[in-house]
Design a protein around this ligand. Sequence first.
Ligand SMILES: [Zn+2]
Length: 396
Amino acid sequence: MTARKILFTLAFFVVWSLIMPQFVSAEEWVSFPAKKDVAPDKVWTVEFNTAIDPKTIHSEDIYVVTVDGKQLFMPSYVQEDGRSITVLPPPDGYEPGQTYTLFIKKQVQSANGRSLKAGYKMTFTVQRSATHQPEDEEVLSYGTVTASILNVRAEKTTASEKLGELERGDVVKIYRFDGYWAEIRYHDQIAYLHKDYLKLRKANGGIVEGLNIIIDAGHGGHDPGASDRGYNEKEINLDVADKVQHNLQKLGAHVLLTREDDTFLPLKGEGSRVEFSREHYGDIFVSIHTNAAGNESSKGAETYYDSLKDDNVYEGYLLAKNIQEQLVNMAGMFDRGVKNNNWTVIHYNPIPSVLVELGFITNPSDFDKLTSPAFRQVYADAITLGIVNYFKEEVK
Ligand SMILES: [Zn+2]
């Protein structure tokens, strides 16, 4: 062989092996090493070195065969990366102890129209008992999905491979948290869910234990908010927020105040109330305000959610409803109802977020409550119970 021929041959093999190594064999089927003790709900992901044409994925080309020759066609789909085929287990799972062979027929084509030179084949045996299931690990929390569809991710980023989807009301076991990401098991794999769309409940402990609750005392610093007869909204809001924090901490929650003193924070953007909530991986956000009107007759409490935000609208509504109920029941406030408005602090906050108006500083009866240290504790107790009741409420 001339040097040039050798070079060509070498280049040919390099390109060939880069593009489709499993197509090299002249055999009808390329066998992959057998796998033992796979979980009954094992999801197979077969990776190819080239993009697969999803239109060439037909259920009759992807199937398993049992040792006694029974053939089962498998639900399969091409992953978002375009290069892997995911083969889902049968609806009731594989039979424990049974041996199967998975076939992917060569009718599957790459995106550039080439067929496989040979099919793909792999034998696997299903475990007899679930002795080494990851379920043996300690469950930290339970999470109920609040989004209509929640993607299950392979890694802690929305850019990672999507392993599947969960629906509103689905409950998952959570083994640990890392920022926004909740680690779960999806079939037998480690997987992640974004916790903005999970209603959390500690596996052992109180209803709000371990939750990140963000309490926002409205206004502050150069912005006093509403004022009347020497009293400022910013001071009332902060006092009630402090008391809510104290209450919830006693119940085991991790409570963070957007401001702890008389300082001003912007609503959104850098150093803002919304950013604070995101930076601390808040589970819910409650902004506390005091109302004012040009007349003395306007009175009562109202709690806002925002129907125009992208996420957790219904959860925001439920949180508002539960808090409003207690402002009426416990604090005896006139019921102005649950209201809908796209206030900045709740609109740009993806987690369930509400804005509470305790009462009108310009109304004599509300004024007495808002300026009484004892009654501020009642407000705080009402907000606390509203939050607890929200977390008690089942996701429907
Ligand atoms: Zn205000």
